[in-house]
Design a protein around this ligand. Sequence first.
Ligand SMILES: Cc1cc2nc3c(=O)[nH]c(=O)nc-3n(C[C@H](O)[C@H](O)[C@H](O)COP(=O)(O)O)c2cc1C
Length: 353
Amino acid sequence: MISIQNKSMDIPIIQGGMGVGVSLSSLAGHVAKCGGMGVISAAHPGYQKEGFRKNPKETNLIALKEHIQKAKEIAKGKGLVGVNIMVAGKGYDDLVNAAIDGGADAIISGAGLPLDLPRLAKNKILMAPIVSSARAIKLILKMWDKKHECTADFVVIEGSEAGGHLGFKVEDLEAKKTQSLEEILDEVKEEVTFYEEKYKRKIPLFVAGGINTGKRLKDMILRGASGAQIATPFIATYECDASDEFKQAVIDCHEEDIELVKSPTGFPGRAIVNSFVEKTRVNGPICMKNCLDCMIPCTPSSTPYCISEALISTAKGQLNQGLLFVGTQASQVKEMMSVEDLINRYLREMEEA
Ligand SMILES: Cc1cc2nc3c(=O)[nH]c(=O)nc-3n(C[C@H](O)[C@H](O)[C@H](O)COP(=O)(O)O)c2cc1C
């Protein structure tokens, strides 16, 4: 049992938020039902809804609240339901307010530093930054303490093996010069100690990126983590909200198919190299029609591709136009299973370790 403030989880697993349309109510609800924290991605949760093209912002806010409610219904009072909100996305404040109004238990926020999250969310919902270095958590916790007189309820520490956007320099990733997840955990642990003492509470740490076995998870817990945030293996589950085509692509991929890719957000990403990725590498900037106006760092006139359209295509199963974000461990995913069986595999391996 892991306590986070006045809430608790039966198992040490957070399912990582995956946009677009990969972790919505079905996946998050079933993870919560098993006693973990299921996380809904706030990246275009309304992509399937009527009205999305006309008014994406409003449609996404309505859809986010609906997915939180549905996930809670599936969970039947068990576990926790969180929302992943990217700092680099536009409309951040509205998404935070929708997550709170919708009744989510937690907001997990990365792809940038969520320095201002407490202004909207303090004492209303659990707040967790995602960081990839001790420097980042130091900055965030200092700001939250000084400006907002609060600290993080928990922290997600994402290492270089994760999927989606990565919080490391592309040169360091390519040269394999990034710190190990273990090293980052040790350093972040040191940084949070001061605030644990000041606010007289534990700040649970969850490691993410390449946590592929219960043994690895147990090792991290023995080293001081409270648990792990796991994403890629959940794609190949029956309950995952992703398209069947994406699930199959994860099952079929090999280690050599997974590479670093450029994203219009400016962050490097990790994905399965398919015909779409190959096209983006040779073609120049595209002419954006129907811009969804979603990412702060994106320049529509010079973007090599639209990240939202590419991820929406994957969510719809149109893989030749889609970006397939995965973590390094995707090549070890070999079969489709239920969320319960996947979680039980981790728990069994933890016991055996
Ligand atoms: C398909 C996919 C989409 C993702 N989308 C997001 C996202 O929208 N926001 C975010 O903070 N992290 C995102 N991530 C990162 C995960 O939440 C998670 O931290 C990471 O992938 C953990 O590593 P693992 O996949 O090896 O378990 C994504 C990962 C994947 C595989």
